[in-house]
Design a protein around this ligand. Sequence first.
Ligand SMILES: [Zn+2]
Length: 428
Amino acid sequence: MVKFDVFPEILPHVKYIWSIFLRHVETSDLLNEIDLTIGHGERSDIKISGDFHKCIEGRKYDHQSMFRDVPLFLTESGKPDYLGTAFYLINSLQEYDSDLEDKFGRFPYEASLQSRFECSTENLVVDYFRALFEQTSQLKSGLKWKDLPSGIFISHDIDLIRGALYEEGVWAIKKGRFDILLSLIWMEFISDPYWLNIDQIMNINDEHDVKSTFFWLVRNGKARLNGQEISNANYHFKSPSIQNTIQKVSHRGFFNGLHKSISTDSIQDEISQFQDAPEINRNHYLLMQLPNHYHQIEESGIKLDCTLGFAPYHGFRNSYGLPFQPFNMFEKRPYRFVEVPLHLMDATFRGYHFLEAEQAERIMIEFIESNQTNCLISVLWHNNFFSNYKYAPWLNVYKRVLMTCREMGLKSWNPRDIIENYLTNGGN
Ligand SMILES: [Zn+2]
C-alpha cells in the first residue's frame, strides 16, 4: 500500500508525479504488498519537502530563489525531494511567473535553470526517478527499474514555400550553375516552386519507415510582435497547390498539424481553416507563454502539442525526455492533451549558433547516442532544408540522423501512437 501523507492541497500534485514515476518501474501485484509512505515527515520513506509545498501553495516559482547549488528541492535536514523536483521540472514551473522575455516575447533560454546549471542536455527527471528508486529500499527489494526504449518523432514546420528562386538562385549563380537557375525559374513559372517539396520529404522519410508530421501556417504575410515585424507563411494556405499537398500528406499516411501563427486569432479560428481539423499543433517561432499556452491548447481540443523546446539551444526545456500531460495548477488535474517536448531543430544550429552542417551533425548524433533510453527524441527539420543545392549539406545531416536512429533500433512514433500511449482516459 502506498500512503500519501502530504498536505491535502498538494495531494493531487504528488499523486500525479507518482503516476509518472511508476511508468519507469516494472509494476506488478507486488506494489500492493509494499508498505510505503510518501510524505513531509522525516520518517516518510519518500520525502516531500516543505520548499515544494511552499512553492506550490505560495505560487512562487522562480528557480533563483528555489535552488542554490543544484536544481533539487531539499528537506530541512538536507534530504533530496526527487518527486517534488520532478513535478517542478516536468511542468516548467520556472516559466509560470517569469516576466523575462527574449525579443520575440519567449521565456529566454539564458534565464532558465537549464542554462544556469548547464543541464540542458540532461534527462534530469529520469535521473531523479532512478535515484529515488535506488534509494527507496521497499521499491528496490521488490520491484524492478525499467528503462523505456527511446524513439524518434520527426516533424517539419512549413514556413517557406516561396523564396527558393532567390535563395537557391543566388547560390546557383555563385556556383555558375545556370542550368539550375533556369530550372528554378521554370518551377516558379509553372507555380510548382522548388520548396514545395513535400513529396520529396515523404519519399526520403518512407525510405526510413518514418511517417512524419507537417505543420502548416494558415496566416501569411507580416505580423507585428513586440514592436518588430515577423513573417508568418510566405504561401497562401487556401491555394489549390497547398490544399492538394495537404490531402496528399494524409493519403500517404503522414500527418498534418496546425502551425499556430503569430496573430490574435484563436487556435480554434485557425483549425477551422482546415478541411480536416488537425489534432496536433506547434506554435510558429515556438512562441508561447506558460501556462496560458496550455489553457489555450486544451480549450481548442488539440490532443498533441509539440511547442515545448528552446529555439536557441538543443535539449530538454523541461528536463524530461518523454511525452506527458502537463498539470493544470488551477484545477489541480492533468490537462487533456499530451505535450511532446522538442529536442533538435535545424534552425538552432544554423540560425542561432551559425554552425556548419557537419558540426551540427556531431552534436545531434552525440545527443541521440546519449539518450538511447527514456526519450522520445523530437526532431524538427524545415522543408527548405531538404534542398539539393544551397542547403544540401543539411539534407545530408538529416539523412544521417535518420540512419543513425535506425541503426540504434529507435522506433519512429507518429502522433497517433503518442496519443494512444500517453493520453490517459482518452483525455476526458
Ligand atoms: Zn515556423
